[in-house]
Design a protein. Structure first.
Lengths: 487, 487
């Protein structure tokens, strides 16, 4: 090859390298390191991360802080006594115009190992399902996937020699699944560290169509646990049946009155105060895929609630869900008894305009309107004898409100543009159905939030056999690379 | 002492011995042997006797057959493959006019050891409660008490030299708590052995007033297990709440429609066919103690079902009881999920005139009327997709009907008289609330039944911390002695 040709070739090569976009760099990197990445992700997933096990939560936090340091990120733990630490990382770029904060969480929902195929939520395993590889473990999707994608995207950008342009912050929480009771306090104590132009909440699943999704808000969340009382101890259902009130029946009657058969909530005032969607938000919803029929098939559902409304419209409404109820025994251990009590756990999801504590109060007021005397601790014999019906209602104090960031803010448009550089089709949604404590983050970090999920919708989040489609991980690394390299 | 005086003394002594009634002999005997009797009863209670443990059921049966033999009773096991044996004992008295059959059962309800104080239902323990001694163990009241009282009464009569006057039969079953699925077949195969003028069902608790009770019938019993379906697997309650139907709510709505707030059953036709009480039965009820207020205090009940009717009237009606329901998780392990299914176990008690299978069918017809497609096995994806609501209803096949023996039969009057010789106050009830498979016994043994309970009403029968008040045991031995010595 003659010299001028060689010079021209080298120039083109250099240009090609320079022209490699962050998503392209990420794609090459993950393609070249798949086995090794799956192994590293498995190691992260094998550390138990449930609230009942603070020792292992600490192991997760220490490991993640070390992983950030390995990549040259200034990292530390932001701690409060009695709470899992927030893993914090900081990259400052001289002359940067923006500071982008990446939120995710390393804790997972409680587990019932016997419900998992294989019996262990913390022994990750890759299985092929319908020709796709998925990794199974607690938090595979929710939410260690996001953390691992960010770490891997940093490696990919570094390997390709792509410079970072903005200041970056990593804020990885350890008690999101417990309702983030200390996050606001930790943010307030570290306001300068966590403040940025936008806080990207990297959590939750993408649209069921499989398209990358950006979500500009999340429903709030509040819980109530309701217990109603029958006889002081289990009574023979023959000798006292028809006479001693059955608490399971009382609870059934109470719960049944909360919804009609279409799922419309009958608790008085439940829908009052909802802030309507803007024109831009309504417009975005009309472009979003309609997956309802596909989902009914996937979930074996012969009918759905909502009187014909679409899923995406329904999650812009507040909800009331029975997480569980129990009374006496069922199945092989059922006995002929009038049980002493019956309990239900309710999950209330909220939309912008409704306060979480007021929503709890509306349910409590409804219970009272059904003739119940409400107590907040185990009732005494005297209280039970003095009132025909008594309900113990425990308000979970870790609730929070919904928030929504306008889609047409300058920073919103920049984030949309970055993600569109990584993925061809992007679904824009005003609200996700799930909840993240966005309001507390926004107040404490004085910023706005946009949610960037990467997990497959069918990841069994919060249930047994949680999993992540590996293809979602690889594409998630591309999306994260684009966002890490924002201006 | 001079001879005439000595002769007079000996004559008086002999007269006193001869004049000793069976209840008096029993009272003297138990008073003289209390510690020893408690020890022997404890040994019997320490052998586990639940259906899931056939090996130990067999140990119970072998021991009881041996105890009968020790007392000179011709005894054997009446067996069928796959079923616990009936312990049978026979005493023939030359020239006897009557044959009296004593039924009891040696099996107990399933146990959940963690719910018991002390943690073991098969380590009997005597505790003093409000100045009374009680023995705690599974079956202390239901129903080893009756068996042990009969064995002890035989010993007492023997010790006092009191001759038996009637032929006696002992029939002690081992699967009453499982619904006696084989009892009729065993009786049919041994009809000559179990036939008598009356079959005394020695089971259940006495009246809550503490007075000895005779009951001339028992409610029948039938079970149904109902499961309704939500999504195929647990779904995130945020992402799908408001859209994916919640099976706990569906089940609550279904159950709530079965009763009004007074406990009146709304299942169509549920009360149809009831055979009214006779004048004698109504009359007996007017003399029965009214314990309702005392029981409400004892059970910490601020209200009762039945719109003001008394307990004793209400147990002459059919009942519908939720033994238990469950869906998802509650308490510390509750997660934010739409559970895949919800299950309730129903116990239907029946009175004379209502067929148990027809009563099950009435409930099934009601479920269907609420829009459910009924299946009798786990539904497939296709079935779930083709029907908006699907309910799996499992009919327990071990149900049976109620029976009542008229109180004015000759043999009824003789039994009443014998028991009144032992106890001053005797409550006569047409029907007990609980169920015993009396109909099968009556058909197969071609006899009538009268129930003679001895346990205290507050024996926690069918629940944790089952117990027997020791005073009930001693009085029960007196009652049994009177019945064993009937003409």
């Amino acid at each position: 090859m003659k010299l001028p040709y060689l010079a021209a070739f080298l120039f083109c090569l250099a240009t090609a390298i320079a022209a490699q976009t962050p998503p392209e760099a990420a794609r090459k990197y993950t393609a070249a390191h798949r086995a090794e990445l799956v192994q590293q992700f498995s190691e992260l997933l094998s550390i138990p991360n449930v609230a009942a096990d603070p020792g292992n939560l600490k192991r997760n936090a220490d490991l993640l802080a070390a992983e950030l340091r390995k990549r040259g990120v200034d990292s530390r733990l932001l701690s409060l006594p009695g709470a899992p630490s927030v893993v914090f990382g900081q990259i400052d770029v001289p002359g940067a115009q923006h500071t982008i904060v990446f939120y995710a969480h390393y804790d997972g929902q409680p587990v019932t190992p016997s419900e998992w195929d294989g019996g262990s939520p913390f022994t990750p395993i890759v299985r092929e399902v319908n020709g796709e590889q998925r990794i199974y473990a607690r938090s595979a999707g929710d939410d260690k996937a996001a953390i691992f994608a960010q770490l891997t995207a940093l490696d990919a950008l570094n390997a390709a020699g792509i410079a970072l342009l903005a200041n970056l912050r990593f804020v990885w929480e350890g008690e999101e699944e417990a309702g983030s009771p200390h996050l606001e306090q930790i943010f307030n104590a570290n306001r300068d560290l966590v403040h940025g132009d936008v806080l990207l909440v990297c959590d939750g699943p993408i649209d069921q169509s499989g398209q990358q999704t950006l979500v500009f808000g999340a429903r709030g969340d509040a819980h109530l646990e309701i217990t109603v009382y029958g006889p002081h101890h289990g009574l023979h259902s023959g000798h006292y049946g028809n006479w001693a009130p059955n608490p399971a029946m009382m609870l059934a009657q109470l719960l049944a009155g909360m919804k009609d058969e279409d799922g419309h909530i009958l608790v008085p005032h439940f829908y009052e105060g909802i802030e309507p969607l803007s024109a831009a938000e309504k417009e975005a919803l009309t472009h979003a895929p309609v997956n309802d029929h596909m989902l009914m098939n996937a979930f074996w559902l012969g009918h759905v609630d909502g009187a014909g409304a679409h899923l995406l419209d329904l999650i812009n409404q507040p909800s009331l869900n029975i997480n569980g109820f129990s009374s006496g025994q069922t199945g092989a251990s059922a006995v002929n008894v009038i049980p002493p009590a019956a309990t239900a756990d309710l999950d209330l999801r909220l939309v912008v305009g409704i306060d979480w504590q007021e929503q709890q109060q509306r349910v409590i007021d409804y219970i009272r309107s059904r003739g119940y005397f409400i107590v907040d601790r185990e009732p005494t014999q005297q209280i039970l004898l003095e009132h025909s019906r008594v309900a113990l209602v425990v308000r979970d104090e870790a609730g929070y409100n919904a928030v929504r960031t306008p889609m047409d803010l300058h920073i919103s448009r920049e984030v949309i543009e970055a993600v569109k550089s990584a993925r061809k089709d992007v679904v824009l949604l005003p609200t996700m159905g799930g909840s993240v404590p966005l309001g507390a983050m926004e107040r404490a970090a004085q910023t706005r939030t946009i949610t960037v999920p990467i997990a497959n919708y069918d990841d069994n989040q919060h249930a047994a056999n949680e999993n992540l489609r590996l293809q979602n991980l690889w594409e998630g690394v591309e999306t994260m690379a684009a966002l890490l390299d924002m201006k």
